[in-house]
Write a new protein. Structure first.
Length: 367
């Protein structure tokens, strides 16, 4: 069937939003650069004993391996899993190539991470009326220039575009038209709603909400009573009234670095050694970004995966290396040394010094 989202002056005017999501991005880059890994179950990051999976190839996902899974569990699920050390600079380089492709079509680009972004193509540089045609061209350009595949979702708001991009992965393109939106969401399982995690899904199940149609039975007021501020968002998306703009000047809120250790640490000299490594990585990132901040946070993950954090806020902005090190050491020791063996330390600088720019208003047009 030929999908068409051309303008019709008799119909309501809608935005044209595309969500592009690279397929298993980190893992796919590794398989591209090392043909011996092609078709094999690989995990980027961690190791078979320690750490956490940053990304998994589709071959690994068949065994239940996924990002953020402890490497030990991933290896148990997929005994032949191959662990590959991550190469952030390489992923960033490829991401920049992809962003340049987006810029050929529109300047309204909202990157969510290295491997996904929203694009508003209501007005676009090539004067192409069909958002579907643009999504097809972008996917073709990405494949030709990077040898990697991308999935795309096309709709008239961000929620539906994001949801659509997950419907036909990998290497797919899905569309949710304005007159299909309500019926589509009625049948959508609540776990598939972007932004609804396991804890929220459990709460919704306890309230008799399992699919979109169950959400539709509740008024805006009832949703706010049950879920607080998030209730407003749920009401907007379930009524197809997600008016969030595609913002091309998303502001970084923090700069961070962390490290998972090959073995748990529990001695003072080990803490200082590992903290120094994390501090050096943080300073490299601060220098690259060129920002100052007021709040330093120390993250501690214990051997049993319990996570604690400690923060200190200054009354001035800084990126001074020595000062940040002294603050980090103070946070490590106060109010007390970590009481259990530690598997991860992290540092982040927040309350950064550059204020967010004014967001542009979002124009609307016909599909």
């Amino acid at each position: 069937m030929e999908l068409n989202m051309e303008e019709n002056s008799e119909e309501k005017r809608f935005r044209k939003i595309i969500h592009i999501d690279m397929d298993a991005f980190f893992a796919s880059v590794e398989q591209l650069d090392n043909p011996e890994l092609k078709g094999k179950a690989i995990a980027v990051g961690g190791s078979k004993e320690r750490g956490v999976v940053a990304a998994a190839s589709y071959e690994a996902r068949k065994y239940g391996v996924h990002s953020a899974m402890p490497s030990k569990i991933a290896k148990a699920k997929c005994p032949h899993l191959i662990f590959v050390k991550g190469r952030h600079d390489r992923y960033k380089e490829t991401s920049n190539q992809i962003m340049e492709i987006f810029k050929e079509y529109t300047d309204l680009i909202e990157p969510l991470s290295l491997d996904e972004a929203y694009l508003d193509v209501t007005y676009n540089k090539k004067n192409i009326r069909s958002a579907i045609k643009i999504a097809q061209l972008i996917r073709k350009d990405i494949l030709e220039k990077t040898q990697l595949t991308a999935s795309a979702g096309v709709s008239f708001n961000k929620f539906l575009a994001k949801t659509a991009s997950d419907l036909d992965k990998p290497d797919g393109l899905s569309v949710i038209l304005p007159d299909e939106a309500i019926d589509f969401m009625k049948e959508l399982k609540i776990e598939k709603f972007h932004g609804v995690g396991k804890a929220t899904a459990k709460r919704m199940h306890e309230n008799g909400i399992f699919k979109g149609e169950d959400l539709m039975k509740l008024s805006r007021k009832e949703l706010i009573q049950k879920f607080g501020k998030a209730g407003k968002h749920y009401h907007n998306i379930i009524t197809a009234n997600d008016q969030r703009a595609v913002v091309n000047n998303r502001i970084r809120k923090s700069i961070g670095a962390e490290r998972t250790f090959n073995e748990d640490i529990h001695q003072a000299e080990e803490y200082f050694e590992k903290l120094r490594m994390v501090h050096q990585k943080l300073m490299q990132r601060i220098e690259r970004v060129g920002r100052k901040g007021r709040t330093l946070t120390l993250k501690i993950k214990y051997h049993d995966f319990e996570v604690r954090s400690r923060s200190r806020t200054l009354d001035f902005y800084t990126k001074d290396e020595q000062l940040i090190w002294e603050l980090a050491v103070d946070l490590l020791q106060n109010p007390a040394w970590p009481e259990k063996s530690v598997r991860l330390l992290g540092l982040s600088l927040s309350q950064l010094d550059i204020k967010e720019k004014t967001k542009n208003g979002q124009l609307t047009l016909d599909f």
